[in-house]
Design a protein around this ligand. Sequence first.
Ligand SMILES: NC(=O)c1ccc[n+]([C@@H]2O[C@H](COP(=O)([O-])OP(=O)(O)OC[C@H]3O[C@@H](n4cnc5c(N)ncnc54)[C@H](O)[C@@H]3O)[C@@H](O)[C@H]2O)c1
Length: 270
Amino acid sequence: MSNQLLKGKKGIIFGALDEKSIAWRTALQCHAEGASLLLTNAPVALRMGEINRLAELVQAPVIAADVVNMDDLKKLFEASIAHFGGGVDFILHSIGMSLNVRKGKHYTEMDYGFNQRTLDISAMSLHRVLRTAWDMDALNEWASVVALTYIAAQRVFPDYNEMADAKALLESVARSFGYHYGVRKKVRVNTVSQSPTRTTAGSGVKGFDGFISYAERMSPLGNASADDCARYCVSLFSDLSRMVTMQNLFHDGGFSFTGVTPAVIDQMEK
Ligand SMILES: NC(=O)c1ccc[n+]([C@@H]2O[C@H](COP(=O)([O-])OP(=O)(O)OC[C@H]3O[C@@H](n4cnc5c(N)ncnc54)[C@H](O)[C@@H]3O)[C@@H](O)[C@H]2O)c1
């Protein structure tokens, strides 16, 4: 069902890798709600070729950009301004990558070189994207920027490793840049803290199956799916939420404010 909530709006979607990606699901929802899109991902991700299928479905061009390469970001926004004939109304930052997790390094023995790259790709990349848009004046007034995060930024989930620190930094960048962009151009910046979701990035977390079923039992509404997240992002890109900015918004079926549930206790007593 479409309400054409994004009719006439233009947006850039970062991070659609395959059809499970939250960015992929969000691109489909935005398209169904009337938005015009431009898709982007790292050159290595584009080589997989999957994104071309999405590009056809949502009739969007695909531009390669490594999110930590400022030249790539500049070219991306140049392409977006040329394609749309001006600025964009929304951006989805759906990017995460942990080198220490990839290399099997425990949090207590992290490699600091890997860690710098993790923080850059997963958190400071939001600053890089916003700063490039700021310098090029590539966002329209009242534009909405959403980045995806996880509750390990506030509470300890030991196997989330260095990504917990990356998400805390990401949420802080959203607040800080959100302030400046709000004052300058009424642009709003928020993070959405999503339930564990079966995607390529999600499944990289150690013990993910146990993790996802624990969260399901701890959430009065159950885990939010990637499609649920996509719909929430649409609402944040729409004009219905135009006074919401600098927030970390939990989209997790109630998990974040639940202390304990009978479902979890029953499981422990088995
Ligand atoms: N899956 C979950 O359980 C979950 C829960 C909460 C938040 N999130 C967040 O949602 C976002 C999207 O992840 P997903 O679960 O859809 O997984 P995904 O693996 O489908 O998406 C991650 C994306 O990041 C991109 N990326 C990595 N390095 C990049 C770089 N240098 N330049 C540009 N793009 C780069 C990848 O190519 C990929 O498309 C991430 O921020 C993730 O942390 C995921």
